[in-house]
Design a protein around this ligand. Sequence first.
Ligand code: IMP
Ligand code: MG
Length: 183
Amino acid sequence: MTEPAIERVLFTGQQVDERIAEVAREISARYAGRELKLIGVLKGSVFFLAALARELTVPVKIDFLAISSFASQRGAPGMVRIAKDLDDSIEGEDVILVEDIVDTGFTTRYLLQHLAAREPNSLAICTLLDRTPRRIVQVPIDYRCFEIPDRFVVGFGLDYRQLYRNLKYIAVLNLEAPANSNR
Ligand code: IMP
Ligand code: MG
């Protein structure tokens, strides 16, 4: 069942599902009696947001935004801009920004500022993966499913050149190996 270029499975589908259910229980308890708006970042957080939302016991609305990132060059921070904004206002709402991975932190910090400007009642961050060794700007992460080492990963929404998003598990990708070497 191993995909070509998959070096090793970091978290199995079952481990991911169980951990998401655990985090969802924590969020449901924290927001009990309130209505929650989950905001996903296209496309990476789609699978995580869907899995998380199904485990929540509080009423949930969802919305999405899309960003374009430009890779950092010679140590300069990566640039982020909004390619698709939210459909609806978040003013006065209890909002959780749902991320696939917080890496350097630039994307998340940009999105936090963007969302905070719309005056939600509260704003929290929930990320599937947290790769702290590469953090450059600090962002307050309220809920995280897993911390990961400094390796490129795919699956559960995370891609390499738009592929692998649909994997049920999270795996380290061997970027050196030719993509079809196992076939
Ligand atoms: P940051 O701005 O450096 O925190 O970058 C976060 C974004 O980079 C994520 O939302 C992902 O789209 C992408 N990214 C960072 N690390 C990985 C990875 O290991 N696999 C796939 N995408 C990644
Ligand atoms: Mg990506």
